[in-house]
Design a protein around this ligand. Structure first.
Ligand code: ADP
Length: 498
């Protein structure tokens, strides 16, 4: 519109507005009037070649006003042949942001100095309009870039306005909460997510919500942890980091961007760790108390013990010392697995002999159980760390005994395949709930059934088994049918000695 007015005021027939593109380092025609495609084709090289120097020097523009194109520009939309041309820079402050040209038809007078002054007034207006357009474009590009970043973030990001209505909800948020963006946008966050503390008390609508904290409490970043409600009504444990935007110092927040992290795994690990510590305390305390009790009794000056009582007492002390030493070894091994400092000393291992040895040793502690060791007659020799593999088999058979408190049969089977061997340890005991089959191999993880809790343990045995088997390039898994016992299967690759 500015261009059209300028053309009319100057008695011109056509015109062009070109803006300076920093990226392309040239003027780009952003609007033209009264010019046909052919005329534009002839004008564009002028913009490309002659003009770039002018972007840095305002004075050169005057020379353009004396320019007469040879041959004249072909035709305008009105079928006129154009020639006299006037150009002026579009300037904001001292910065050239573009050019404005006006062309007269062939034979018309050249532009005068007065014409230049008139065009300068229009150029000023056009410069502001062009600059605004550029700003808007930069802003919208910036906005697009931000949205792209937020959308692509693996962390949940939500933004809310001063009235705590959700105005941004990225796809990680959709995944975390189960709410689609369409549902979430526009809803008050306290209604949709209903943040509560670990005791279940609401945080929303109280001064604990960062959006409602006292105005004089002018922090711009803070974190709140608690439970929010997902679309399936399940609670999700989250840490919400607020970045508050305040309209003025000490004012109530005008908006906030909130990073929402799923901390369910983290909290679970923390819980496991603290349960482990209390279990460990118990596991250490029990044998120590027994040892202390027996030594006190046996050492009493007034006590007269026959040989049998004495032997029985010493046997108990020895058993408890063994138990303690086993526990400490397990802890040390688990910590070495953690730090990655376990090395394997491989040698030829006869797995059947290992299974027989383990059964012979543990049989003494399992009066209610029967044992069977069934190996293929041509079961191959395995190249592995004998001590560690014995530890795995011991753990599995020990568990089979511990978790079948009413006794039953424990079967160890060995089968050789083309490139690997499979060992299974089966029992008739408590069995393992489906949801625990994978988790029991995690560190400190124990079954939560009351019968399991009665059995002494700290949840490290299977973690150690899996780490050892995997270090050998093998796998271990558990299967179970409710109430019908459990079966642990481990596979080890058959490797050459080298
Ligand atoms: P711990 O025996 O010290 O608890 P483990 O890592 O050896 O530690 O076992 C982890 C959990 O796996 C046990 O607490 C138990 O719930 C389950 N589990 C292991 N072996 C068996 C089994 N043979 N039968 C039933 N549950 C088992």
């Amino acid at each position: 519109m500015i261009l059209k007015d300028a053309i009319e005021a100057l008695g011109g027939s056509a015109g062009v507005v070109a803006t300076w593109s920093e990226a392309e380092h040239r003027f780009v025609a952003t609007g033209y009037y009264g010019l046909g495609d052919k005329a534009m084709e002839r004008l564009l090289p002028l913009l490309d070649e002659a003009i770039p120097d002018l972007a840095t020097s305002v004075h050169n523009f005057n020379f353009l006003s004396t320019l007469r194109l040879e041959p004249p520009l072909p035709t305008s939309d009105q079928g006129l042949i154009l020639n006299p041309i006037i150009a002026l820079p579009l300037q904001i402050g001292r910065r050239s942001v573009g050019l404005i040209y006006v062309l007269r038809r062939l034979g018309a007078d050249s532009f005068s100095e007065v014409d230049q002054a008139i065009l300068a007034a229009f150029a000023k207006q056009a410069a502001i309009a062009a600059d605004n357009a550029k700003l808007i474009q930069t802003l919208s590009e910036e906005k697009e870039r931000m949205e792209y970043m937020l959308e692509g973030s693996a962390e949940g990001i939500m933004s809310i306005d001063a009235r705590r209505r959700i105005v941004g909800f990225n796809s990680a948020m959709e995944k975390l909460t189960g709410y689609s963006r369409e549902v979430a946008l526009g809803q008050p966050c306290h209604q949709l997510l209903n943040l509560r503390d670990w005791e279940g008390k609401s945080i929303c609508n109280t001064a604990r919500c960062p959006m409602l904290m006292r105005p004089d409490y002018h922090m711009s970043n803070c974190e709140v942890q608690g439970k929010v409600q997902g679309a399936d009504t399940q609670d999700i444990e989250v840490a919400m980091s607020y970045s508050l935007v305040r309209s003025h110092e000490r004012g109530q927040p005008a908006s906030a961007v909130i990073n929402v992290r799923d901390i369910r795994r983290l909290r679970e690990t923390e819980n496991l760790r603290s349960t482990f510590l209390s279990m460990l305390g118990h596991e250490l305390q029990t044998p120590l108390s027994i040892i202390k009790g027996y030594t006190d009794t046996l050492a009493r000056n007034d006590g007269k013990w026959d040989r049998n009582t004495l032997r029985r007492g010493l046997e108990v002390i020895e058993e408890e010392c063994d138990r303690l030493s086993k526990l400490v070894n397990r802890l040390l091994l688990a910590s070495r697995i953690e730090t990655g400092t376990v090395t394997l000393k491989k040698d030829e291992v006869q797995l059947q002999a290992v299974a027989v040895k383990v059964v012979r040793r543990l049989k003494a502690t399992a009066s209610k159980h029967t044992f069977e060791v069934k190996f293929d007659p041509d079961f191959p020799v395995v190249y592995a760390d004998p001590e560690r593999i014995e530890e795995v088999v011991t753990n599995l058979v020990d568990n089979a005994i511990k978790y079948s408190p009413h006794g039953g049969k424990i079967t160890i089977t060995g089968r050789g395949e083309r490139d690997h061997v499979t060992i299974t340890v089966e029992d008739d005991g408590l069995g393992i709930p489906q949801r625990d089959l994978e988790r029991i191999f995690e560190r400190f993880r124990r079954g939560d059934a009351s019968q399991v809790q009665k059995v002494r343990g700290v949840g490290l045995g299977l973690y150690i088994c899996r780490s050892i088997v995997e270090a050998h390039g093998g796998q271990i898994r558990a299967s179970s049918e409710a109430g019908k016992g459990s079966c642990f299967t481990l596979t080890l690759p058959l490797q050459d000695k080298g």
